[in-house]
Design a protein around this ligand. Sequence first.
Ligand SMILES: *Cc1c(COP(=O)(O)O)cnc(C)c1O
Length: 949
Amino acid sequence: MNFNQKNSFVKRHIGPTESEQSQMLQSLGYSQLDALLADIIPDAIKNSNVLAATDGVSEEQALAELKALAQKNQIFSSHIGQGYYPTHTPAPILRNLLENPAWYTAYTPYQPEISQGRLEALFNFQTLISDLTALPISNASLLDEATACAEAMTFCKRLSKNKTAQQFFASKHCHPQTLAVLHTRAAPLGIEVVVGDEFELSNFDAFFGVLLQYPASTGAVHDYAALVEQAHSVGALVAVSADLLALTMLKAPGEWGADVAIGTAQRFGVPMGFGGPHAAYFATKDAYKRDMPGRVVGLSVDRLGKPALRLALQTREQHIRREKATSNICTAQVLLANIASMFAVYHGPKGLKQIAERVHAITAILAQGLKQLGVSVLNSSYFDTLTIQVTDAATLHQQARQQRINLREIDVQHVGISLDETTMPEQVVVLWALFAKDQSLPSFDKLSAEVSTQLPKNLLRNSAILTHAVFNRYHSETELMRYLRQLADKDLALDRSMIPLGSCTMKLNAASEMLPITWPEFSQLHPFAPIEQAQGYVAMIAQLKEMLCAATGYDAISLQPNAGSQGEYAGLLAIRDYHISRGEGQRNICLIPQSAHGTNPATASMAGMKVVVVACDDNGNVDVADLTAKAEQHSSHLAALMITYPSTHGVFEHAVVEICDLIHAHGGQVYIDGANMNAMVGLCAPGQFGGDVSHLNLHKTFCIPHGGGGPGVGPIGVKAHLKAFMPGHQQHLDRSVGAVSAAPFGSASILPITWMYIRMMGGKGLKQASSVAILNANYIAKRLSAAYPVLYSGDKGLVAHECILDVRGFKEQCGITVDDIAKRLIDFGFHAPTMSFPVAGTLMVEPTESESLYELERFIAAMLKIAEEIAQVTDQRLDANDNPLKNAPHIAEELAGEWTHPYTRQQAVYPLPSLLANKYWPAVGRVDNVYGDRNLVCACPSISAYEDE
Ligand SMILES: *Cc1c(COP(=O)(O)O)cnc(C)c1O
């Protein structure tokens, strides 16, 4: 007997057993997996051997190793502030939402009928934001505060009436990380960011927009009403980054005229996590709603006239508008927005106000005590943050650290202290002691009886907050628990069935991978804590970078971008800066194949590049002749080619090496979109076959859950020559310019998920995962090919890790559309495959390696049954309009009413007998998209609106 722990994780992660794999291979005409792969992956790129054939370790061992690293992090009391605060995540939200696969394994709610639960939670988030900011339209989250401010900047540029202005004014009292990201984002667009004191500004003529921080980074609370009027008088727009907790007590930006409010929802129950992930928010006036970045949940109706939620205004997004899109944001921060929204649901208006009042009062007590001790507190007004003048900041910080306290380092003579929901009286006394020298300490109790509000009287909020029913009901734990369960039950996530979404790679998010993210050693660190305290992170990050270099063949990795779109941006900026560094700043053309994901062209234009579209040939490959012609035509101005590999058509293109060589010969750089890395890890490496830079989606290939539409991590890998042009950060990174995220390591607290995955799989397991992902896709393609033509395949008739089913013919044949099939799948308990990307009217299926043969067969059975139903519509055994496909999905209520359809109830909801044992009931019928966009409603109606009815 072998008493060493055996690694069984690879078998837990990969769905089909070895014998099932053999069976599937046989049906494809192969006896060995290697032989199948040999016929799919071009020789020219194969066997790169960058990933060592190592074994993984057991779940227990990986957890123990990671725990040892985590314990190198030191958790000090954080009073750094700067947009990041300690917070109590309510236990029922932690357990029933953050740690619940029903919430974290869900996909972005593009299929509204199976997403009503998370859509409702997001709708609550929008309501919360809209209410606290007093601006009627809010989106469903952005990536972080700094990038939200950058989105606000370009938003102001689009909408300002001061059309010729090229300057954006940013208050010097914005958080430094925000100013850094603004500078990065402004440069390629020819925008000049002017940083200054807003109260010294005499006129706004030169500016299209203004950014303020409320309360200011220093803690001060200013009245901006007059300033807003001045800015408006020249047609400039005013954006304000506002603290949500402070807004429960302060007059809202919308009440003093701001056009846009942005900020972070972190302190609403989301741990700091060394920088993220957290939800940022964006709210604006009704007139500007069509220009808002990010996703918006809107209210519409379903087929039966029942209210139903859905993602609204998608026509302004990248997949439609390409390089003219309002933003490149795709994956956002849904899970974190939902935590923040539930924090507000649980505490309610009174509870939130109490938290805010307590934070403010304890800050006032601290300030009063400091003044008694003769300390120079500079702000006359504040909510939770004090700026203090000292003679020797360095010594003070040193003494503070001896007490395991971090203060904000402003400069040699100034320190900042921020308090929060978790601050206890004892901590205030310890803070006093730091400044007391030999004086006796003030009495907390005495001061607490004396202090009054330090907010300017004219800025106190008079309007009610959160009057909507949802914020006034679920205040007991029992009620909240049931509400979360009720919402989760409406949704279809990976905990119910496979989600075969091409390009999105919905694979297992293993429990062992998820455990570490809520360890306090990872979750409680402030992103700007001194690096000595983050040695666990430093070590984990270094190892992860090494792992990802080995998986991709690149020389260096930046983990800062917090979604794929942001990785694309960081990658294209690296290319841009590289060209500039060589005196070739004129290179601004970005070639992008027709079939590219919408984020690619949207990102290229953010990076100041001009998009030139390259055609695809009949087989779905890049049209090499067209590419050659365009590369030649633009040779001296060619900046980059952006391609996805394997292609978005799900094929390993043979010409990829030739294509990369061609671009290099013209002086361009090759950006390989790594969203399809799940077909390549261990089999071939983009850094080896011609890529100069790629992003990875750790939330696709590397097991971070999609969270219902975020969080994500979009690191970039680069070849050595681009290393110097990767994102920098003023904190913890050797380069201070070029930050693309607020925090130096982006969404650091979810990196342990990927670390665990790679450590448990080892090089061998990862290679096997890619191989089985390809096997699963080919098995499905083969089994479905008689019923649904597979649109593209390689020269041996095989696909990569996904396949496009061409259902366009049915429309002419019998009127059945891709939508009908997608919605009918819901009646079978499945999430639809990716719809209409990359080819309109088709379905793209990606099973991933995590799905067992049993589950693949269930999906195949559903698809074949649907094909049968289509055939029945074609030969008129089913009515052309009143049939199970057109009416899908069917909801329970409909069965209870009068049944008028020419097919049976049984046919409607139990089309396969196996469904009798396991049936998913959607909460609403097919949602009307057009109605929702025409009658846009983005927040819960207030109770008074109900009363009016
Ligand atoms: C998912 C995806 C992206 C965008 O990634 P996000 O993380 O959603 O920003 C880009 N390209 C392709 C091909 C994708 O599938």
